[in-house]
Design a protein around this ligand. Sequence first.
Ligand SMILES: Cc1cc2nc3c(=O)[nH]c(=O)nc-3n(C[C@H](O)[C@H](O)[C@H](O)COP(=O)(O)O)c2cc1C
Length: 151
Amino acid sequence: MKSLLIVYHSQSGTSAQLAHAAWRGARREVGIEVTAMRAWDAGTVDLKRANGVLLVMAENSGALCGTMKDFLDRTFYPAIAQGLIVPYALLISAGNDGRGARKQAERILSGYPFPAATEPLIVRGQFCVAHGLASGELGQAFAAGLSMGIF
Ligand SMILES: Cc1cc2nc3c(=O)[nH]c(=O)nc-3n(C[C@H](O)[C@H](O)[C@H](O)COP(=O)(O)O)c2cc1C
């Protein structure tokens, strides 16, 4: 069975709501195991088990939030050493921007190197129904792509 790992960090709860919506969307696909983990609990062993990884985080001070950066810092060399190639997607929560987090994440992930499975989704402001729907669609599309062997 294919496996989708959702790694998230959330300070206020907003990114956690996005991650939960993506998790619900991904679980609509049959034949895919979907696991959600906080970034500080996740490591290389979890990436190794996954066929795809969805990273959900905020932009903080024009960059990736620190805990997601820590996850990437911890897994970077071990993933390279083990030859891991895991397709990824980004779901970014931002106040009014998000481009800094996107750019930094894409730059780091190109070094693993992990391929992007989809265009990043950036949602701005408080969590709302539209954000939940978009996150759910992203999760489901990623899971469907994994199930069909597209990624
Ligand atoms: C310390 C801090 C820095 C932030 N910097 C940015 C920023 O540079 N650009 C932006 O669009 N939003 C910024 N925000 C807003 C957050 O990205 C936004 O509130 C997000 O939804 C937070 O998600 P979380 O609380 O689930 O981690 C910042 C928030 C905090 C607390």
